[in-house]
Ligand binder design. Structure first.
Ligand code: ADP
Length: 360
């Protein structure tokens, strides 16, 4: 017959028991016949079919549109971040390598006494590289990366969050090794019984904990990473499942210098002297990594604004018309870009780290 080709021209295994791709598979999904599936949904399902021509058990009762959403919006084959892209945090990198990357690369060695925890919590102020670490873990461990923000589960997927969580863990188990990154995990696993807490959000939480329990002891190669700026909100059950808890603090002065250098170098704009860098570091105490990025962005607009002030039109502007970025550009940018974390918030992170952190 005609060879079957999936997207990118790769071979798609035929599906047993039906003349049509995914016919028998999808008819089981919430009663939807194959005819009601559009091509993109069909392709997503085809890619998840096992060697036996069937969808894995975990996905059989899940609606195709949820599986498609997970495959297209939540799953990333290579998030393209490596350790070298992350400034500082040497200690966290070293620990993460040992605690989670090696086990994902060598499951045969990391079993028995060495069997790793399946849950990692990254906590600390916003914009410090927690998401980057999650992506780098997936990148270094050659794992599929799943990113979901817990607040979207409770807001955007009202009433459906539970089903989406099942789809998420189901697809991840077909794409092992896998890293599931749950941003703002506090909003999902919070201990606060808000007055308005609906039955549905309680069920969502329960479902999530059940799924986590599910891959705890079996030989699945799935790592769950939760990130939060509010670790204090996590309850005991959440802490128990997130066995490793790493503090991701504000960048050190060296790390801030590195961010400035590497961002400007990437664009060929780096002409600052060592003294300039020292001054920038001095003025940016308390800035997060993401504040630093915004600062560099703003500073690098300086030469452009100046050229335009001298009457050059934007459409006629040549790269040579612009001078390099200077310390003065940073000084004006510092007026615009203020630190987003207040120093008195840091104490709370340090306290929590002392009490619950893995490396306190
Ligand atoms: P978080 O998840 O902690 O809120 P992110 O990892 O999303 O923060 O970081 C946001 C952005 O800030 C990143 O895309 C990156 O540009 C910059 N950034 C933050 N921390 C670092 C760091 N340690 N090294 C390099 N860039 C950083």
């Amino acid at each position: 017959g005609i060879p079957r080709r999936g997207i990118r021209g790769n071979f798609v295994p035929p599906i047993r028991g039906s003349g049509n791709n995914v016919g028998n598979v999808t008819s089981r999904n919430a009663g939807k016949g194959e005819d009601s599936l559009d091509d993109s949904t069909r392709r997503c399902l085809e890619m998840l079919v096992g060697p036996d021509g069937e969808l894995p058990e975990k996905l059989r009762n899940i609606e195709p549109r949820l599986i498609e959403h997970i495959s297209n919006e939540i799953m990333h084959r290579d998030p393209n971040v490596r350790w070298n892209d992350i400034a500082g945090l040497e200690h966290a990198k070293k620990c993460v390598t040992e605690m989670v990357i090696w086990p994902l690369l060598r499951p045969d060695i990391f079993k028995g006494c060495r069997s790793p925890g399946r849950g990692l919590l990254l906590f600390g102020p916003p914009g410090t590289g927690k998401t980057m670490i999650g992506k780098a873990i997936a990148g270094e461990a050659k794992a599929t990366f799943f990113y979901i923000s817990a607040s979207s589960l409770t807001s955007k997927w009202i009433g459906e969050g539970e089903k989406l969580v099942r789809a998420l863990f189901g697809v991840a188990s077909c794409r092992q090794p896998a890293v599931i990154f749950v941003d703002e995990i506090d909003s999902l696993l919070s201990q606060r019984k808000s007055e308005g807490e609906h039955e549905s959000s309680r069920r969502l939480k329960t479902q999530f904990l059940i799924e986590m329990e599910g891959f705890d002891n079996v030989s699945e190669q799935i790592l769950l990473i939760g990130a939060t700026n509010r670790p204090q909100e996590l309850d005991e059950a959440a802490r128990r499942r997130l066995t490793k808890r790493l503090y991701v603090p504000l960048p050190s002065s060296e790390a801030r210098a590195w961010i400035v250098k590497s961002l400007l170098e990437k664009d060929g704009l780096f002409k600052l002297s060592d003294e300039d860098i020292v001054s920038i570091c001095k003025f940016t105490d308390g800035y997060s990594g993401s504040d630093m990025k915004n600062l560099v962005k703003d500073a690098s607009m300086g030469p452009l604004r100046e050229a335009l002030r001298h009457g050059i039109e934007i459409t006629k502007l040549k790269k040579e018309d612009m001078r390099p970025v200077t310390l003065q550009d940073f000084e004006s940018a510092l007026q615009e870009v203020r630190p987003s974390v207040s120093l008195n918030e840091l104490g709370a992170y340090e306290d929590w780290n002392k009490q619950f952190g893995s490396l306190a």
